[in-house]
Design a binder for this molecule. Structure first.
Ligand code: PEP
Ligand code: MG
Length: 752
């Protein structure tokens, strides 16, 4: 005859054969302990103890009576039955011998804080967890409290949902049992997560380790930025590390018990900037992670904790789809919007409305306000930097408002037609830039993407370069610290509108030197922050209506019906050489200290324009060479038709301006809100143009890039561009990580 199973077993006494006795969770803890995976120690009150309890106390027959004839579809009756049964289990006193055994085991474990968990068991159910409940009671302390928590786990087997499920599936309520693992809670000095494959590109040769001070909950909830280590399984060896600042940590409150007993504590100042784990521990964790992965045979997502020099594994499970979580869109708000427009910059923000009818009013916008305007122009930029979000009546996804808010990382909705009419000053609204909607009141908080994802992305290396489109000097240092290869588009107009004076006006008033110097000062922060990475300065491409806004501008700029098609780009350089020379002089001065500053010529209508512009540059001393690259923007269909001829003039690279190229290929004003749906860079004609540009550049042996909004708005385009052979992609700062990830995957496809 078989010996009666024990009421209590220690983790090292069970294996996966013991699921009927200790449930899946209990068996797994046993497996890990026996496989020398350092889980915090503990014991399990077996299902046999549970069955004994309900049998001998007569509880089972009373439960049967309560459940007899119960209509589970009658939710009132179901929940009344559930409450009755749970009360019955809680009120019934445990047999003395069992209570004693639990208390003895708890004392043997060393007392202190424990986690009491449910581990459902079933004879022939593969997924017992559905049939039982999964209640867990953390931070339990003291023998009576532990016994009480065990009874609560037992009672949880009769939650209404569990009764419903078993009845509906025709499972016998008394063939589903419950075991209760009791495990010591680690007072983590440091803790974190390990992925045994790099979770973004799924590179199995790398391990990713995150570490923070204090309890792991601080990391899982996304409140703390962890240190990140990427470790090669070969060796193992640390490949890269990123140390994060941490000034507070979550600790267990050993005096209070219960779920809410954790609290935040200040990290000592001398530790705030330090690496949270020494290299030796990082490598130890890597070895441990490899051991666990080998044990389970599939990549694992492991939670670990370190306490007084000992490392524990708190949890290990197969790596799930982190990728989906990262790329997942923010969920749409269910309420009725008051305004709709085009989504121009993603994210959610709430705040009071400030309607600006003219840039002269920009001082009214305080930090955290929502800037609302007909449209924005470079003169609005100081207010845009303070705004929490931007809403405009007019404009599309390549308009000024869209470009600037993408760069600033704030939500923006453009082309709402009537924002300035519908909204009132000081009214609180919520702007959903991801979906292009505006809601009354404060309806949601910004949702953060996983820090694991952004940090892992920041460590990915690709052959195709990731550049950034940047114009705000105060962002230069922060963006330069990211995993980015340089600035692929520095728009001169932002610096010049900061100067605020028309160049011809400066020449006429003899203030050339002042203009050159201010332009020089405007460029330096970028060249310096990114040095030695290239910064591609795009020479001025104001339209005449924008030039007219500069001081003295109306004297020099004739009003035009269609400024988009007017006197702009390279056409100006060859007609107004003196202005262009001032710009060249500023570039030359910057290059004395920062030779990483390159030049890109925009809006080149004819091959002759390119040739003449280049001649002016050369005459002024800006000649192509190993450390000076000259690029041409490709943003007019003529550039595509005559790509070979443009390249033959002698340039080092092209960069596609998909904003203007789409405008001119489809014949749609890029600022037309009416035609925003048709203004789509993924249109076959635009894509055909991109393919020609990239492939021709490749064939001719020069570099190719793209700096329009397209890959920032439609990241899926990047995959095609890489397949065609583009050598870099320039995106808004918020898309650096995503773009790097897409490129890594696309390169893996191309190169195998
Ligand atoms: C473009 O046209 O795609 C471009 C990057 O230039 P801008 O948006 O400044 O015209
Ligand atoms: Mg352009």
């Amino acid at each position: 005859m078989q010996k009666k199973p024990e009421a209590i077993v220690w983790f090292d006494q069970v294996t996966k054969q013991d699921i009927p006795l200790v449930g899946g969770k209990g068996a797994n803890l046993g497996e890990m302990t026996n496989a020398k995976i350092p889980v915090p120690p503990g014991f399990i009150i077996t299902s046999s103890a549970y069955y004994d309890f309900i049998d001998s106390s007569g509880v089972q027959s009373q439960i049967r009576k309560i459940l007899e004839g119960l209509d589970i579809e009658n939710s009132k009756a179901l929940s009344a039955a559930s409450v009755k049964i749970k009360d019955l289990i809680m009120q019934t006193v445990l047999p003395d011998s069992l209570a004693r055994q639990i208390k003895d085991a708890y004392a043997k474990l060393g007392g202190g804080l424990v986690a009491v968990r449910s581990s459902a068991t079933a004879e022939d159910l593969p997924e017992a967890s559905f049939a039982g409940q999964q209640s867990t009671y953390l931070n339990q302390e003291g023998p009576d409290q532990v016994v009480h928590a065990v009874q609560m786990c037992w009672a949880s087997l009769f939650e209404a949902r569990a009764i419903y499920y078993r009845q509906e599936q025709h499972f016998d309520h008394f063939k589903v049992g419950i075991a209760v693992p009791v495990q010591r809670m680690v007072q983590s000095v440091t803790s974190g997560v390990i992925f045994t494959i790099e979770p973004i590109t799924h590179d199995p040769s790398k391990i990713v380790i995150e570490a923070i001070y204090g309890l792991g909950e601080g990391l899982v909830s996304g409140e703390i930025n962890p240190d990140l280590f990427i470790v090669s399984k070969q060796g193992p060896a640390i490949l890269s590390r990123r140390i994060s600042f941490q000034d507070r940590r979550l600790v267990r409150n050993t005096s209070g018990t219960g779920e809410g007993a954790n609290y935040w504590q200040q990290v000592p100042v001398d530790k705030q900037e330090q690496q949270k784990l020494c290299d030796e521990d990082v490598l130890k964790l890597a070895e441990l992670a490899m051991h666990i992965e080998k044990h389970y045979g599939v990549p694992q997502d492991i939670e670990w904790a370190k306490e007084d020099g000992a490392i524990y594994v708190v949890q290990s499970r197969p790596v799930t789809a982190i990728k989906e979580q990262a790329l997942e869109e923010e969920p749409e708000i269910k309420e009725q919007p008051i305004l709709e427009g085009s989504p121009a910059s993603p994210g959610l923000a709430s705040g009071p409305v400030k309607i600006l009818m003219d840039p002269s009013e920009i001082d009214r916008v305080d930090s955290g306000d929502i800037l609302v305007a007909e449209m924005t122009t470079p003169d609005f930029v100081p207010a845009m930097k303070r705004a929490a979000a931007i809403v405009t009546n007019r404009g599309g996804r390549t308009s000024h408002a869209a470009i600037v808010s993408r760069e600033l990382g704030i939500p923006c909705v453009v082309g709402t037609h009537e924002a300035t009419k519908v909204l009132r000053n000081e009214q609180i609204i919520t702007v959903d830039g991801t979906h292009g909607k505006v809601y009354p009141g404060k309806v949601a908080r910004r949702i953060q993407t996983s820090s694991v994802v952004s940090m892992v992305r920041d460590a990915i290396k690709t052959k195709t370069r990731v550049y950034v489109n940047l114009a705000q000097p105060e962002l230069a240092d922060m963006v330069a610290a990211r995993n980015v290869d340089g600035v692929g588009l520095l728009r001169a107009e932002f610096i010049i509108s900061g100067i605020g004076k028309h160049p011809n006006y400066m020449i006429e008033t003899g203030r050339q030197e002042e203009f050159i110097n201010k332009l020089y000062e405007g460029i330096v922060p970028f060249a310096k922050a990114f040095h030695p990475r290239p910064v591609v300065y795009r020479t001025t491409d104001f339209k005449t209506n924008e030039y007219r806004e500069l001081e003295g501008g109306d004297k020099y700029e004739l009003p035009e019906e269609n400024p988009m098609l007017g006197y702009r780009g390279a056409s100006r350089y060859i007609r107004d050489i003196d202005s262009f020379k001032m710009e060249i002089e500023a570039i030359k001065r910057v290059r004395k200290d920062y030779p990483n500053l390159w030049v890109m010529i925009p809006f080149v209508r004819t091959v002759d324009e390119l040739r003449r512009t280049k001649e002016i540059l050369e005459a002024e001393g800006l000649k192509r060479g190993p450390d000076f690259k000259l690029w041409m923007m490709t943003e007019i269909p003529a550039n595509i038709f005559l790509m070979d001829k443009f390249i033959d003039v002698g340039i080092d690279g092209i960069s596609i301006g998909s904003n203007d190229l789409t405008q001119l290929t489809l014949g749609i004003d890029r600022d037309s809100e009416k035609l925003q749906e048709t203004f789509d860079e993924r249109n076959d004609a635009v894509m055909a143009a991109l393919e020609i540009a990239v492939k021709t550049a490749k064939r001719k042996g020069i570099t190719s890039s793209i700096c329009g909004q397209a890959p920032s708005v439609y990241p899926e385009m990047t995959e095609k561009l890489v397949a065609w052979g583009i050598t870099s992609v320039s995106v808004s700062p918020d898309m650096i990580g995503t773009t790097r990830e897409i490129i890594a995957k696309a390169e893996a496809k191309v190169h195998g």
